[in-house]
Design a protein around this ligand. Structure first.
Ligand code: ADP
Length: 369
């Protein structure tokens, strides 16, 4: 059984590892050479927009999936119509644009928003949404690049000029949330599974750490799980959907954004859950039975490892990071570092989330890459 993966970053790498462990064959198509998947035997480096390349890649795959919502799944489906592609191009089309995401979740709790097609519409939204508001580029944003918080009416013009595209700009009411969280669901042939709610800590608009149990009340967790599954249903997802959430002080759970693929918040499922997000994604897209998503430890935490300096990576600090017993170190095989580049993560399990967090943080801090 062969799983094709479009993309060759750390998500593809960890998905590939999970598939290999089950005895599956794994095949990658990448647009440019990628260190993270250089360890796999079957990697094609070629123009992944070329129909001939896509057809040859898909030939012999039982299913093809993507590690990024920007991979050309639609072109592959066109070039090789007989091959299963999950997430489907329809799901990806909805997710790629933050305005379309909001429209797809109109029946679900989410921040108030206006999809402004013109600057006049954006100005009018100041009335409906009030200040502050968050302006978001519709497509292609990540780690907060593509967002601006507008605190005064005067600042709207600059946000529009910087972020609006031909389709306009998404404007959202600023949510004074208490915390951010995520719930990952996976849908296959049957009902699907929901992973435990994750507490996510953002620093500088990007994921720094994740902990489970989330620490929210049972009723908040129940709400979050239902909302996440409803998002997956609304998008017709097969495979994973990671749903990023805001939790307010009065226990409301609002959808921020979603990603139909393995997600940074779910890396701790490798050590913490019966079946990891990666394994379940591989199973789901291939039509195999899903595994349980329950915790198999009382608590776990994951801390990301970012680059500190520019240049080739040397693992001089690895022995020190490996010294404490317990934490599991995942490095993604990248050969070069630069400040803030995501190079790996550390997961620890423990009796309580705070303890796991402290252990994982300490090991991550010892890695100077
Ligand atoms: P990206 O797609 O770049 O990851 P997000 O839309 O997830 O960007 O936003 C990044 C961060 O900005 C969020 O994690 C959250 O901290 C903050 N944010 C986004 N939308 C809102 C909002 N409506 N109200 C308050 N904060 C927000």
């Amino acid at each position: 059984m062969t799983l094709g993966i479009l993309g060759g970053g750390q998500l593809g790498r960890m998905l590939g590892f999970a598939a290999l462990r089950m005895g599956l064959d794994v095949r990658f198509l990448v647009n440019e050479p990628s260190d993270s998947v250089a360890c796999f035997a079957d990697v094609t480096v070629a123009d992944w927009n070329d129909p001939d390349v896509l057809r040859a890649f898909a030939d012999g795959c039982d299913a093809v999936t993507v590690e990024s919502e920007w991979a050309p799944a639609d072109r592959l489906a066109e070039a090789a119509p007989g091959v299963a592609v999950w997430p489907s191009p329809e799901t990806l089309h909805l997710v790629q644009n933050k305005g379309r995401q909001r429209e797809a979740f109109a029946h679900l709790p989410q921040p108030e928003y206006v999809w402004a097609r013109t600057y006049d519409e954006a100005e009018a939204a100041l009335e409906t949404l009030g200040l502050p508001l968050v302006a978001k580029r519709l497509e292609g944003s990540y780690d907060g690049y593509g967002n601006a918080t507008v605190r005064e009416a005067d600042a709207l013009r600059a946000a529009w000029d910087a972020l609006a595209t031909d389709d306009g700009l998404l404007l959202e009411a600023f949510v004074p949330f208490e915390a951010e969280a995520a719930v990952i669901v996976c849908r296959g042939d049957g009902d699907g599974v929901v992973y435990p709610m994750l507490f996510t800590e953002q620093r500088d608009h990007r994921c720094h750490a994740v902990a489970v149990p989330s620490g929210f009340s049972a009723s908040v967790e129940q709400k979050a799980r239902e909302v996440a599954m409803a998002c997956a249903t609304a998008l017709g997802v097969r495979g994973l959907l990671a749903v990023e959430l805001f939790v307010t002080s009065d226990g409301e759970v609002l959808v921020n954004e979603v990603a139909p693929r393995p997600h940074n918040s779910g890396h701790l499922t490798i050590e913490a859950c019966v079946t990891s997000q990666f394994e379940n994604h591989a199973r789901a897209v291939l039509g195999l039975p899903l595994g349980a998503s329950d915790l198999r430890v009382p608590a776990a935490a994951m801390v990301n490892v970012f680059g500190h300096t520019d240049g080739p990576i040397r693992l001089d600090s690895l022995p020190s990071a490996l010294e404490p017993l317990g934490p599991t170190i995942h490095l993604y095989g990248k050969r070069t570092s630069r400040p803030r580049r995501k190079l790996g993560h550390v997961t620890a399990t423990a009796a309580a989330a705070a303890e796991a967090y402290a252990t994982a943080s300490e090991a991550a801090a010892r890695l100077r890459l």
